[in-house]
Design a protein around this ligand. Structure first.
Ligand code: NAI
Length: 328
């Protein structure tokens, strides 16, 4: 019995994500919320022959009901990038949207797990944390920035270089944040060894960091990644749900490192320093983050340098989010 709300359900990500969640047999209730078009999306998805109940919630007056009685809120609400825009350019609009949505969750389902997709994740997750702290309900183990698309791209792009790799099972830990050089794929620590030259690793890292731009450019003004993001969002939600049900599942996610202070020591020493938030591989359970999973070995010198670069940019992104939430 898992109740999930998708906030921003009528959007480019929201629609296919809601469809994939309707196919997830662990989801028993699906609340779809948006400020436009959501009754049609919900009516359409509700005809899919799985047992979950789908309900539509339209506009701010129905927001409280949309997030009442839910176990997990997935948030793809907001505006996406157009060519030439960075994820930080989205900040002004999406910051306010995420703040409003998380306030409603804090007031109506304070124990719900929250998975933030809306960009810039490096700043919207700190905003969500501040909102939850202000409401007195912040549990760092229950708040996630969804970075799964970076992980998905890493596996797929390695496969583009080595056709003997299975893209579906290869896991590349991706740490740091979720924009440009804050995205740090640790290819040297992939779940099975991948033999790549130094120049291939550099190009691969750059492609994973800026993979979103390939989609923004190809869509030519019609938005950013939606279908691959819906797949990634549904995979993260499914991992969390399986964790809640007692399976041991590991996914990287952008979290407050306070979720597991002892487990965070390794990544702090590697370059995260005293940052409050960082993407790390986490084991999921009914508490949310049950622990930060050790990387198992030292990243390469190239990767350690990339972590240092990421940490510097992340620090500014986090501060931007915290200041916004505090009205500073
Ligand atoms: P979209 O514009 O197609 O859909 C956004 C939806 O949010 C629309 O249906 C809109 O009506 C809704 N919305 C706007 N204000 C709202 C509010 N106050 N409350 C509820 N819903 C509201 O955009 P798309 O392509 O679905 O992207 C959504 C977000 O996801 C963007 O911020 C984008 O940058 C981000 N994104 C994140 C990725 C990640 O890896 N975390 C990857 C790709 C996109």
């Amino acid at each position: 019995m898992v109740s999930v709300a998708v906030l921003g359900a009528a959007g480019g990500i929201g629609q296919p994500l809601s469809l994939l969640l309707k196919l997830n047999t662990s989801v028993t209730k699906l609340h779809l919320y948006d400020i436009v078009n959501v009754p049609g999306v919900a009516a359409d998805i509700s005809h899919v022959a799985t047992n979950s109940e789908v309900k539509s919630f339209l506009g701010p007056k129905q927001l409280a009901d949309a997030v009442t009685g839910i176990d997990l809120a997935v948030i793809p609400a907001g505006v996406p990038r157009k060519p030439g825009m960075t994820r930080d350019d989205l900040f002004k609009i999406n910051a306010g949207i995420v703040k409003t949505l998380v306030e409603a969750i804090a007031e109506n389902s304070p124990r719900a797990f929250i998975a933030v997709i809306s960009n810039p994740v490096n700043s919207t997750v700190p905003i969500a944390a501040e909102v939850l702290k202000a409401k007195g309900v912040f549990d760092p183990r229950r708040l996630f920035g969804v970075t799964t698309l970076d992980v998905v791209r890493a596996s797929r792009f390695v496969r583009d270089l080595r056709s003997n790799v299975d893209a579906a099972s290869l896991r590349v830990p991706v740490v740091g944040g979720h924009s440009g050089t804050t995205i740090v794929p640790l290819v040297s620590l992939a779940s099975s060894p991948v033999e790549l030259s130094e120049s291939e690793i550099k190009e691969l890292t750059n492609r994973i960091q800026f993979g979103g731009d390939e989609v923004v450019k190809a869509k030519d003004g019609a938005g950013s990644a939606t279908l691959s993001m819906a797949y990634a969002g549904a995979r993260f939600a499914d991992s969390l749900i399986r964790g809640i049900k007692g399976e041991s599942v590991v996914e990287p996610s952008f979290i407050a490192l306070a979720a597991d202070p002892a487990g965070a020591e390794e990544i702090r020493k590697l370059g995260a320093g005293d940052l409050e938030f960082f993407a790390v591989p986490v084991e999921l359970s009914d508490k949310g983050v049950s622990r930060i999973v050790s990387l198992g070995a030292e990243p390469s010198a190239f990767e350690r340098e990339a972590i240092a670069v990421a940490a510097e940019a992340l620090s500014a992104n986090i501060t931007t989010g915290v200041n916004f939430a505090k009205g500073a």
